[in-house]
Design a protein around this ligand. Structure first.
Ligand SMILES: Nc1ncnc2c1ncn2[C@@H]1O[C@H](COP(=O)(O)OP(=O)(O)O)[C@@H](O)[C@H]1O
Ligand SMILES: [Mg+2]
Length: 298
C-alpha cells in the first residue's frame, strides 16, 4: 500500500549569514492512512521543522538541501504555491500549539470557521453557517448558537483549541499535523482535548503526525513513535514496543526523565550528561560525513 506520507532522507539547514546550520539530518519516516505517528524529543530537536517541511511552511531562512516528501505517492517537496494551497486545508490540515494566536482576534468564531468552509469546500453562506454549528457540536462545544457569536478572547484556552480542532477536521483531511496541540493547556483540559482528537481521528480515519515532547501523550494516542534528537530519528517503533523495550539509550533516558503518575514516588533522572555528550559527538561525526564510512551507526 502507498504510504499516505513518506519522508525520505530529509535534510534541512538554516542559513545564518554565509554559514548554514543543519537542523534536520536525514529524517525518514512514513505514515499509513489512518495511522497516528508520534514524534517525541526534547525542545529544539527539530520536531516542529518536520511538520513545517511537510506543510511547506518552513521559515524563509530554512532550506531543504536534500531528500523528498511524498504525499499519497506525489512528490510535494517543491510544489508550486498554487498546488500547495490546494493541498492544505483539504487533504492536509494542522492543529497548532497556541490556540490564541491561531485565531483572528477581531472576528467572531462562527465566521472564522465558515470562511474555511467557503474557501476550501465552496459552501454558500447559509450552508456554511449550518455546518459550523454541526462542527462545533462534533467537538463537544455546548450551545454552539451562542458560541459562534463570541470573539476568541471570550473563550477559554480549551474551547479555543476545540474550535481549531473543528477547523482542522472541517474539510475531512487525510492527514493532520498536530504540533504540541495540548501543551498550552491545563492538565485536565489536556486530557479532554487529547480524547477529542483521538475520538475524531478514529471516527474519520484521519492520519496524524503528532508532535509532542510528552511521552505520556504518546502512550495515549500514537500507534508508532519516532524519537528525535538533533534532527535525527534515533529510534522508530510501535508505541507498545517503545514503552515495553526502548532500544536506544536516549529513549530509555527520556523515559526515566518522564514523571509517572502511577508511580509518584519514582525518582526522576535527567538525561545523563555523558549520554548527551556522546550523542553530540555522534552528530558532529555525522556532519563531517564519517557515517558513510562507519556503517555501525547507520
Ligand atoms: N525561525 C527559525 N529560525 C532559525 N532557527 C530556527 C527557527 N525555528 C527553529 N529554529 C531552530 O531549528 C531547530 C529545530 O527547532 P524546532 O523544530 O522548533 O524544534 P522542536 O519543535 O523539536 O522544539 C532548533 O535548533 C531551533 O533553534
Ligand atoms: Mg516545536
Amino acid at each position: 500500500m502507498t504510504p499516505l506520507l513518506n519522508i525520505r532522507n530529509l535534510h534541512v539547514k538554516i542559513r545564518e549569514g554565509a554559514a548554514s546550520v543543519p537542523i534536520l539530518r536525514g529524517v525518514s519516516l512514513s505514515l499509513a492512512p489512518g495511522e497516528v505517528l508520534g514524534l517525541v524529543g526534547e525542545s529544539s530537536a527539530g520536531k516542529t521543522m518536520i511538520g513545517k517541511a511537510t506543510l511547506g511552511i518552513l521559515p524563509p531562512q530554512a532550506v531543504i538541501t536534500d531528500g523528498e516528501i511524498f504525499f499519497d505517492g506525489e512528490n510535494i517537496t517543491h510544489i508550486s504555491v498554487k498546488a500547495r494551497r490546494r493541498l492544505l486545508g483539504t487533504d492536509i490540515a494542522m492543529i497548532p500549539q497556541d490556540p490564541m494566536t491561531s485565531l483572528n482576534p477581531v472576528f467572531r468564531i462562527g465566521p472564522q470557521i465558515a470562511d474555511v468552509l467557503r474557501l476550501h469546500l465552496g459552501f454558500r453562506a447559509k450552508e456554511a453557517n449550518q455546518r459550523v454549528l454541526e462542527l462545533l457540536d462534533d467537538v463537544h462545544i455546548n450551545q454552539p448558537e451562542r458560541v459562534v457569536k463570541l470573539y476568541p478572547h471570550e473563550l477559554s484556552g480549551g474551547m479555543r483549541q476545540r474550535v481549531l480542532i473543528a477547523i482542522a477536521f472541517a474539510c475531512r483531511p487525510r492527514l493532520i499535523i498536530a504540533d504540541e496541540p495540548t501543551t498550552a493547556l491545563d492538565v485536565t483540559v489536556q486530557r479532554q482535548v487529547l480524547r477529542l482528537i483521538k475520538e475524531l481521528q478514529s471516527a474519520l480515519g484521519t492520519a496524524i503526525l503528532f508532535v509532542t515532547h510528552d511521552l505520556g501523550v504518546v502512550a495515549k494516542i500514537c500507534n508508532r513513535v519516532g524519537v528525535i534528537h538533533a534532527g535525527r530519528i534515533l529510534e522508530l517503533s510501535s508505541a507498545q514496543n517503545l514503552f515495553k523495550a526502548p532500544a536506544h539509550p536516549y529513549t530509555q533516558a527520556l523515559m526515566a526523565a518522564t514523571p509517572r503518575y502511577d508511580r509518584p514516588n519514582n525518582a526522576l533522572h535527567p538525561v545523563p550528561e555523558a549520554l548527551v555528550k556522546h550523542l553530540w559527538d555522534d552528530v558532529r561525526r555525522y556532519d563531517r560525513g564519517d557515517f558513510a564510512k562507519d556503517k555501525s551507526h547507520a
